[in-house]
Structures are given as C-alpha cells and as structure tokens.
Design a binder for this molecule. Structure first.
Ligand SMILES: [Zn+2]
Length: 443
C-alpha cells in the first residue's frame, strides 16, 4: 500500500535547507533508507539509485502542521455562513453519526490534501474520541498515508464538562500501537479541555494523568471566541495552577493579553496559530507579541471544515498580511513564517532532531517546487517569493521518510486518490444518517 523507500538522488536543486549546518544553494540530495545521506553539489550516483532531475526546482523541507482535526474533514462543503450552518452547529449535528470508516477516510482525505500541499508531518488533534475503534481508525489512516507526526487523544465531541477523559482507553491504545507498529513515525499526545471547559479539579486530574505518562499536552485557548469584551485568554490562571510548561501547546491564543504572553514566555509553553479558522470565528491571529517574547510559535491548519484548505504558503501569506495590518510591525518576516511551518513546528512536536530542515542524518522529508511556476516569477529572494506569492500549485514532488508520495503533481497512492474520489459520497451518507436521526435538518 505504501510506496517503497528507494535510494534517490535529487540532482541540481536549489536547496533551501532552513538549517544552519547546510548552506543554501545549488546541490544534490542523496536519500537512502528514508534518510538524507548527503547534500552537496555533484554527488556521483551510486549503483541502483533512482535519479530525479531537480534542476529548475526549489528543494524545501516538508511542511509540518501542529494542530489539525483530521476527523472532521468531511464537514467541508456543509459548513457555511447561512444560519445554522456555522462550524460548531454542523459539527454538533453530524459528529455523532460518524461511522468507523468515516473516521478513517476523513483522515485519509485530509492527509491526501496534506501531501498535495507539501505537508509531511501532521499533529492529528482528535477531539472526538468515542471508543478505541476510532483511535485505531485514525492511527491506521496516519500510518497508511505515509506521513509522520503525532496523534493527540481527546474527549468525545460535546462530552459533558463533568465527564473525565478515559485514560484507560488511551493506555490500551498505546499498548496496541507500539512504536514499532507506528513505524517510529507517529507518537502519542493528549488533547485536553482545560479549566475553562471543565472544573479546575477535573482539569488538574487530566493534567496529572498526562504528565504521569510524560505525554505532550495540547489545549484550545477558548475562554471566549469573538465576544468584544474578550481581552485575555486567561492563561495567567493556568500558570498559577501549574498547567503551563514546555510540555504544553496552546492553540488559538487570539485574545492573549500582555500578561498571558508573559506567562507563556516564562513557562516555555508553545503556541500554535491557525490563521484562516481564527479569522473566521475568533478574531485576528496573534503572532508578533509571542515572537517578541521568544515564544515558540508555529502554524496549524486546524480543520478543512471551517471551510479552509491546506495551502501552507497561502495561509502564511494571509498570516503575514493580517499581522502587518493588526500591528503595523514587520516582526513576522517571510523567513520566520516559513520556519513556523518547518523547523519551528518540528521543535513544537519534539521531532526537530529527525525532520523540519534538510540536513544529512535527518529523515528525508522533502518537497520540490517548480521555480519556473508563474507564482514564483519574476524571481527575487527565494524565501520572499515563496511567502509573498508562492502557492501549492508550484509543488510537484513530495517525499516523506524516503517515500515518494507526490510525483509530477499527482498523488502516488491509489488509496489517497480514492479518499478524494469518495469524499462527496461519504459526506452525503453522513448527512443522510443525521437527517434520519433528526440531528440535522439544514442542507
Ligand atoms: Zn482546533
């Protein structure tokens, strides 16, 4: 099902390594057993190597997403601006009617789109875990897609705020899914609701359970959404309660006050920003203040359902523009923006020793973009071109862990193409079941 890891030689690429150990410029990249073996000009092709002519191409590390609800991708097309069709209403109405196959194929659909957009690692933020079966469906989808990243185990969608998350079920899932079974490509985390969604006691219990297991924690910062009086994410309270730290990632800190930013900075907490969904439902994304406080800040897709897509370059461009409009400052440079979706994102997920930049010894997560694509011309500084005007349409090859997943702009895996082909039918069947059950009556 997965393409083989072959020995590959990418010839004559313009290599943008995003790594201080490797110089930017024209070079070849030799990949063996899923690992980058060499990056330098004029490598002699070893016997049996498959050569890829990368002249006229830019080689970048694969993008890394730091928060994405893969399970609800099938809701795209149903969410909209008409009454009752907002993201949260659609999610509430349709989530209970997902069948196991829907979890698998919804995730595969999103991961196929990820590959088309050069994303090679995804943080699957599962906030609709109903039983062990859908954990398995999600993990199987991640493994079958060929991508790397994290699976964060969360509560069932709309579960009672008094109901503890089932850590025994998580333990059982970790037993079933050993590192070997996950091919050392995926690791576990936990998605917690936090003290604004549950009682303080429950939040502290869940935090303790996660920390006893040394698992990374992620939490939506949603004390308030678009309410005009909202001027704080309330993160100082989390600091006071000992809930922040380098093991914690906070998502959507759109309303962070100066005190919130300071609390995050003091504790080494990380921030994930989802520009498109934040602007649709919460307000302006917030990056500049975190960067100026040396907080590790990264990019996430969040959901395809909002609706949004996974075009990282276009999303970064939207973020850059929104930040300049909001702050009038240029703290967020194109290079930092690119790092937010590569090496900084790898740091957030704790996988920067194996991915996030191009360097010998790291895993071969690489994309090639056509430097002659109209969106990158007339050419200037490569990083500026990518962020100011580049789009995913320029991406023609994506390699993850040494496997070619996108070739000549086409998905290599039949199952990935199937996920896209069948998305409408699956969504239609889901809506049909919800209608029969009376939880959904919008078109
Ligand atoms: Zn989210």
């Amino acid at each position: 099902m997965l393409p083989e890891r072959s020995t590959l030689l990418l010839k004559n690429a313009h290599v943008l390594p995003l790594d201080p150990a490797v110089e930017e410029g024209r070079a070849d990249i030799l990949i063996r057993d899923g690992v980058i073996e060499q990056i330098q000009p004029d490598i002699d092709a070893p016997a049996g190597v498959a050569e890829i002519d990368a002249s006229g191409s830019i080689a970048l590390p694969g993008f890394i997403d730091t928060h994405w609800h893969l399970w609800n991708s099938l809701l795209r097309g149903t969410v909209g601006d008409a009454p009752g069709r907002d993201y949260f209403s659609v999610k509430r109405g349709l989530a209970p009617h997902f069948e196991l196959d829907d979890f698998y194929w919804s995730a595969r659909f999103a991961l196929a789109e990820a590959v088309q957009n050069g994303i090679t690692s995804v943080h699957n933020w599962d906030h609709n875990v109903r039983d062990g079966g859908d954990v398995d469906a999600n993990l199987q989808a991640q493994i079958d897609s060929g991508l790397c990243g994290r699976f964060s185990y969360g509560p069932r969608d709309s579960s009672a705020t008094t109901e503890d998350m089932d850590f025994a079920r998580l333990d059982a899932a970790r037993e079933r899914w050993s590192d070997e079974k996950l091919d050392h490509r995926i690791h576990f985390g936990v998605a917690l609701r936090g003290p604004y969604r549950t009682s303080t006691e429950l939040a502290e219990r869940e935090w303790r359970a996660a920390r006893e297991r040394a698992m990374p924690i992620t939490m939506h910062c949603d004390r308030c959404l678009r309410e005009s009086a909202c001027q704080s994410c309330g993160l100082t309270r989390l600091e006071d309660e000992g809930l922040l730290g380098p093991d914690v990632q906070i998502v959507h800190a759109v309303h962070a006050s100066a005190e919130d930013v300071a609390a995050v900075s003091r504790t080494g907490t990380k921030i994930s920003v989802s520009p498109l969904s934040e602007m649709r439902t919460m307000g302006f994304p917030r990056v500049t203040e975190f960067l100026e406080a040396d907080v590790l800040t990264t990019l996430s897709i969040d959901t395809l359902a909002m609706p949004a897509n996974a075009d990282v370059l276009s999303t970064l461009r939207a973020l850059l523009s929104a930040e300049q409009a909001r702050t009038g400052r240029a703290t967020l440079t194109p290079r930092i923006a690119l790092e937010m979706a590569t090496i900084r994102a790898a740091r957030d997920l704790g996988i920067d020793d194996v991915t996030g930049s191009l360097r010998p010894g790291k895993r071969a997560d690489v994309m090639l973009l056509d430097a002659g694509h109209a969106s990158l011309l007339p050419s200037g500084d490569v990083v500026e071109s990518l962020i100011y005007s580049g789009t995913s349409a320029a991406i023609h090859t994506v390699i993850c862990d040494g496997r070619i997943l996108l070739h000549s702009g086409e998905l290599v895996q039949e199952s990935a193409r199937q996920a896209i082909r069948t998305a409408n039918d699956r969504r239609n069947a889901l809506v049909h079941r919800a209608r029969l059950a009376g939880t959904w009556d919008n078109t």
